[in-house]
Ligand binder design. Structure first.
Ligand SMILES: O=P(O)(O)OC[C@H]1O[C@H](O)[C@H](O)[C@@H](O)[C@@H]1O
Length: 279
């Protein structure tokens, strides 16, 4: 049974999920944007900027922006694609067993077709229970011609202090470093963030760990081949008008992404990728 109860979050229509054990999440209709995840008996795990902008055309700084069909400025479309700044429709919100689950959908329209002449749906399904969060993005080609796309779940993880956090599991990965304009191989297992970082790690391992004092967050990927690690650092943050100057310390983006190789869908085909967390 589907029972969609809309709520408001910072004045925006949103779907709130609450599992029987108290785990909660909130997804804005704007962008199908997950803005909050509170595990059962735990604290907020996502970073959301207090100066984030909301509403028509805005992209929200924090939470989990959905990136499709273009990553960043790697193509002619608006930065990070077409769906993070548009309104999605809630199609399901249920409690099933221990899980609270919600699905939101975006369907191509006249506006997206002026940028990108393809028929598609994007569905985001968010599920919470206990200490777990699952986010699944499913893309379907509903048009009459094949298309290629890139996609990402641009997850902003909350950190006490990113300079004392470490991301484990990327050892041996080849990366493109967007800040230095070089490629390299990650030699150590620990990625420490002591300033700005903007890297695409190719064919990343399926499990990573974000570790901080008193915290271990397990990150799992399926069908997203790459991982993007981003933090603007103090200088980059000072140029972002929707991020308080000091807040770069309190976030780390660990993005489940398909950036290096595009995914091709023929008419009627679908692709799904998932990013999951356990804390
Ligand atoms: O400011 P935005 O458009 O949301 O992009 C934020 C960031 O997204 C990704 O992580 C990219 O790798 C970065 O280069 C970019 O700065």
């Amino acid at each position: 049974m589907s029972d969609i109860r809309l709520t408001e979050f910072r004045g925006q229509p949103a779907v709130r999920l609450r599992a029987p054990d108290g785990a909660q999440a909130t997804v804005l209709l704007h962008g199908g944007h997950l803005v909050s995840w509170m595990p059962a008996g735990g604290e907020e795990q996502l970073y959301l900027s207090p100066t984030a902008r909301y509403g028509v055309g805005a992209s929200v700084r924090g939470g989990v922006p959905v990136i499709f069909p273009q990553f960043n400025e790697r193509g002619p479309l608006p930065r990070h694609g077409l769906v993070r700044t548009r309104s999605w429709t809630p199609v399901q919100s249920v409690v099933r067993g221990e899980h609270a689950i919600a699905t939101l959908r975006f369907t191509d329209d006249m506006a997206t077709r002026t940028h990108w002449p393809h028929g598609f749906t994007a569905e985001l399904t968010v599920s919470v229970a206990g200490r777990d969060l699952d986010i699944e993005l499913c893309i379907t080609n509903t048009g009459e011609t094949p298309f290629d796309f890139h996609a990402a779940l641009h997850t902003y993880l909350r950190c006490q202090n990113v300079e004392k956090a470490q991301l484990e599991g990327l050892q041996g990965c080849h990366y493109e470093d967007a800040l230095l304009g070089v490629e390299g191989d990650q030699w150590g297992d620990v990625t420490a963030v002591i300033g700005a970082i903007d890297r695409v790690y190719h064919q990343a391992p399926r499990q990573l760990i974000l570790r901080e004092l008193g915290r271990k967050l397990l990150i799992s990927l399926s069908d997203f081949e790459d991982v993007v690690v981003w933090n603007p650092g103090p200088e980059g943050a000072s140029k972002l008008t929707d991020l308080p100057a000091e807040d770069w310390r309190h976030m780390l983006c660990v993005e489940a992404a398909c950036v290096r190789e595009p995914i091709t869908l023929v008419p009627g085909d679908e692709w799904a990728g998932r990013q999951s967390f356990t804390c």
